[in-house]
Design a protein. Structure first.
Length: 318
């Protein structure tokens, strides 16, 4: 993997699990890599051998008593750790596919669309986001630019996230707002808009989706996946801000659903809260105070709106 210039600000995995993008700030470059596992067959062979020993020890443990049973149990745990170590020790080779310099300046955030066709870059210095057609990229062939988001944010864009259907892009900014855009054109999304007729309304009269409510910069944005959610449930966007809160919003209308106070005090200016959803879309995690990770459940009532019942499921202190 070639050397980067400056700090690596963002990394994003492609949905296919075979490539990822990285962005630095010093060189203002984005790079795409593809990787593959090395010596996987040998590692899996070691796993199978260890699994056979595990099965043998399990049979011993089931028929033995006293110290023999304890010895078998201890060996079982030891080999389990060995198997885990063998699997964790798989090495990967990363090949740089392409790179390009951002005319828009420093990139603070990256996001792949769920369909794997697009990559969004959060352009801090230009107060916008760029959308790239990564499915058209190749070896030493950077992706073509599809669109940049139109004027709207008044300060740098720090975070980007695609909707589950890849049609929309949400951008979080240091102006304390989140805006939603069409990923095919960069045009703003209107409240309750018909996707088939987007962009048809006239200029300034449009009722655009702008999420307002945070007191400080928005540094993380995430759409809730749809796997475990019913069609009646609203599409949800979660945002994390340096004001110490995570907020959830209805994506189609921009209406605020709930505010979660995750920090007793506002984070330090160099600390950036993050929010990420579980694959099922029913829970999300965020970093809390003193090195903790907080996991919340999305509570929805019968008509699909979120109720005031945030449940902390787990807290991990490091």
């Amino acid at each position: 993997m070639s050397e980067f210039h400056g700090q690596v600000r963002s990394v994003a995995y492609a949905p296919d699990g075979c490539s990822f993008a990285m962005a630095d700030t010093g060189g203002k470059r984005v790079r795409i890599f593809r990787y593959r596992a090395r010596s996987r067959r040998a590692k899996l062979g070691a796993q199978q051998s260890s699994q056979d020993s595990l099965d043998s020890l399990s049979r011993q443990a089931s028929t033995s008593h006293g110290s023999v049973n304890r010895q078998a149990s201890s060996s079982h745990r030891s080999i389990h750790r060995q198997v885990t170590s063998e699997l964790d020790d798989v090495a990967y080779d990363a090949e740089e596919m392409c790179w390009w310099v951002l005319d828009e300046g420093r990139c603070y955030g990256l996001a792949y669309s769920p369909d794997g066709k697009l990559l969004a870059t959060a352009n801090y210095e230009k107060n916008n986001a760029a959308i790239w057609e990564v499915d058209a990229a190749g070896k030493d062939r950077p992706p073509p630019l599809r669109a940049t988001t139109q004027k709207g944010h008044t300060s740098g864009v720090h975070a980007v996230a695609f909707s589950p259907d890849s049609k929309h892009l949400a951008t979080g900014s240091w102006d304390s707002t989140v805006r939603v855009w069409h990923s095919d054109s960069g045009k703003p999304v209107e409240r309750n808009e018909d996707d088939e007729a987007h962009g048809s309304s006239s200029g300034g009269s449009a009722d655009l989706i702008v999420l307002k409510g945070h007191d400080m910069r928005v540094v993380s944005v995430a759409y809730a996946p749809l796997q475990e959610r019913s069609k009646q449930d609203p599409r949800i966007i979660a945002t994390a801000s340096c004001d110490g809160t995570v907020k959830t919003w209805e994506a189609e209308t921009g209406d605020l659903l709930h505010t979660y106070r995750v920090h007793a005090e506002k984070p330090h200016m160099h600390e950036f809260p993050t929010v990420v959803f579980a694959p099922g879309g029913r829970t999300f995690a965020t970093n809390g105070d003193h090195g903790s990770v907080l996991v919340f459940s999305l509570a929805l009532d019968g008509d699909g709106s979120q109720v005031d019942r945030a449940v902390q499921a787990e807290e991990c202190i490091r």
